[in-house]
Design a protein around this ligand. Structure first.
Ligand code: RET
Length: 308
């Protein structure tokens, strides 16, 4: 923590000097209480961590695109979704490593006996994480939902809950009052519980008719996801919520979780998926062949709208 402003002391010195010069009209000796401002920011350790994860996400993306090219387009859905996840993570880590996507947000860290604010801390918030999560977590959930064979209605509810979770998490991070922030946090946790219910409960149910190998795979991958995802609100609560750990510690904690939740998750899903290639879904239609132009009537080819 760096003390940047020693305003009360400076103000005292200025007042004393001025009082010495103007003997006829002495200045009032009451000095307003100016809160001290401290800054919580990352150091070299955090900076290096961000670069390491940026490189890992970039390499994972290349590996996932290469794996996608080795299978026919009909079998590429999981590869494309997973490669997009790490691509977005690569971009967001690049932003953070180069000093973008971050802003300093104040919170009150000290009050006098009478309740006046005496200390303010300006802590770095990496808002680009929330942009990343609002795109990548729905894609990760889509991987799990498609694997479980969940229906469209359940997938929509899951994805919307996820977006609500991330947006309310963002509002929590930028809350003006502590109580308001924890209120947003509570909404995010409710949305998260709904995701666990939709994917965990309904997903397991939808899986009951599938073969043993696919069922065991879904169960272990979703358990792995559940454990990792549950760690995010815990880290958030300790770091952004209660401000109990440094910005570097927060960066490292999210770095480990992100590598596991995106990189390791992706390799696990795609490698297992490739070994189960015969039982994995074959997606034809628009995904593999695009829009069919056969029999389509085009305005401007032979007839015009004026002919009608
Ligand atoms: C927040 C804070 C508010 C409460 C909750 C949260 C949950 C976040 C989750 C994030 C998952 C991120 C992943 C990223 C992958 O790289 C927004 C931290 C519940 C579950 C999987």
């Amino acid at each position: 923590m760096i003390i940047l402003q020693e305003l009360p002391e400076a103000a005292t010195q200025v007042a004393t000097l001025l009082a010495q010069k103007t003997s006829h009209t002495p200045l009032p000796t009451v000095i307003p209480d100016v809160p001290r401002v401290y800054y919580q920011t990352s150091s070299e350790v955090g900076h290096r961590t961000l670069w390491v994860v940026c490189v890992l996400m970039g390499l994972s993306s290349l590996a996932f695109y290469a794996m996608a090219m080795r299978v026919p387009v009909q079998k590429r859905l999981f590869h494309v979704i997973t490669a997009l996840v790490t691509t977005f993570a690569f971009l967001s880590y690049y932003a953070m490593a180069t000093g973008d996507g971050v802003t300093s947000h104040p919170y009150v860290s000290g009050r006098s006996k009478h309740g006046a604010v005496t200390e303010i801390v300006q802590r770095d918030i990496y808002w680009v994480r929330y942009v990343d999560w609002s795109i990548t977590t729905p894609l990760l959930l889509l991987d799990l939902c498609l694997l479980a064979g969940l229906n469209g209605a359940t997938i929509l509810v899951t994805v919307v809950s996820d977006v609500i979770m991330i947006l309310t998490g963002l509002f929590a991070a930028f809350a003006r009052e502590e109580a308001q922030g924890w209120g947003w946090y509570a909404f995010a946790c409710i949305a998260y519980l709904n995701i666990v219910y939709q994917v965990g409960y309904k997903g397991t149910h939808a899986m009951s008719t599938r073969d043993y190998k696919t069922r065991a795979f879904f169960l272990s991958l979703s358990l792995f996801t559940l454990l990792l995802w549950t760690a995010y609100p815990i880290v958030w609560g300790i770091a952004d919520g209660a401000h109990r750990v440094t910005v570097d510690a927060e960066i490292i904690a999210y770095a480990v979780l992100d590598v596991l939740a995106k990189g390791v998750f992706g390799f696990w899903l795609l490698l297992a998926h490739d070994t189960m290639a015969r039982s994995s879904p074959n997606i034809d239609g628009f995904w593999s062949h695009g829009v069919s132009h056969e029999g389509a009537l085009r305005v401007g080819e032979g007839r015009t709208l004026d002919d009608d």
